[in-house]
Design a protein around this ligand. Structure first.
Ligand code: SF4
Length: 329
């Protein structure tokens, strides 16, 4: 099977694990085909093929699967259940391979390892080693490929973390030009939410480039260490048991504590997890009135004009406050 093409949809957990998945599969000699970045056509394909009740990211995933299915011999769709003690992925990830098989046909065969470390501490590694066996009979190659891919993944994950000093650096107030437009003011804004919303510029309607164009220093949950996130989560009345939301909430609490200028939470309509998480962050944000907080909710009908207006209004509000504060201190 080494010469076969394996399709990896550029959606959902691709944005968390692509480095590990692709390095591993390529290390075994497979040709990995990643679907192209999301477009309107691709989203339309997903909307047509998925049931209407599912969230936007799952519809996007369907679109990517549709765009790949006739170009590859296999599709890589892991069933992600649990990667840490006491926390789980949303049920959509558990049922993703079944949802695809029951609603899209014909489909190439799925490579669908179940990742569930509740079964055993070595389940994560073993699931990959099992996948490897269906690609090559060379067990040394499988093992080395997994170890190398995992090492690269960890190194990459550790590389972008903020040090305490970095954040202090960001918080140093630049000399404020008191022009009403706020030129010269430095703005530190955190974007938090699922990586498949933040990193897919079609889905978030180019929010990151809009903020960069406005000169905003963008902070994300990826920059916060796992240790810091765990520390922040201890502030909550009850533990959270969703792996992805833990990262979002922990990072939000960290940025609130550091009193950065603002936080934008990207969420999706039809996501139970996001509706609860949004409420937790909103309530916590009341304790830090100097940090502006807002939530942008996305679905397939969200328009770019609306996001532009809300982004401008949000930044305007922060700038006006900074100018006011600089005039009264
Ligand atoms: S966590 Fe929410 S947005 Fe993500 S797949 Fe589940 S329902 Fe969809």
């Amino acid at each position: 099977m080494g010469n076969f093409k394996i399709g990896v949809p550029r959606a959902l957990l691709y944005y968390e694990y692509s480095l590990l998945w692709i390095d591993f599969l390529e290390g075994l000699g497979a040709e990995v085909i990643v679907s192209s970045p999301t477009t309107k056509e691709l989203l339309d394909l997903g909307v047509k093929s998925a049931i209407s009740e599912v969230c936007l990211p799952v519809k996007v995933f369907y679109g990517h699967v549709m765009s790949l299915k006739d170009k590859v011999d296999f599709l890589f769709v892991p069933r992600m259940v649990c990667v840490e003690k006491g926390a789980y992925f949303c049920p959509k990830f558990l049922g993703l391979p079944d949802m695809l098989k029951s609603s899209l046909s014909p489909l190439p065969p799925l490579i669908e390892p179940t990742i569930d470390v509740r079964k055993s501490a070595t389940n994560f590694k073993n699931a990959f080693l099992e996948v490897g066996k269906s690609i090559t009979s060379n067990s040394k190659k499988i093992y080395c490929s997994f170890i190398q891919a995992q090492k690269n993944f960890w190194l990459y994950s550790a590389a972008n973390k903020l040090e305490e000093g970095d954040l202090n650096q960001l918080q140093i107030n630049q000399p404020i030009n008191k022009s009403s437009k706020g030129e010269g003011i430095s703005l530190n804004v955190a974007l938090i939410g699922h990586s498949y919303l933040l990193d897919d510029s079609f889905v978030n309607l180019n929010l990151i480039s809009k903020l960069k164009k406005a000169g905003v220093n963008i902070l994300t949950a990826e920059m916060v260490s796992k240790k810091e996130i765990e520390k922040q989560l201890k502030k909550l009345y009850k533990p959270l048991f969703w792996t992805l939301s833990k990262k979002t909430v922990g990072a939000a609490l960290y940025f609130l504590e550091k009193k950065i200028d603002g936080i934008i939470h990207l969420s999706t309509f039809e996501c139970g997890e996001d509706s609860l998480v949004g409420e937790i962050i909103r309530q916590e944000s009341h304790k830090y009135p100097s940090v502006a907080y807002t939530e942008f909710v996305f679905d397939e009908h969200t328009g770019e004009a609306g996001i532009n207006t809300r982004t401008e209004a949000f930044l305007d509000m922060i700038i006006r406050r900074k100018i006011y504060e600089s005039n009264h201190t």
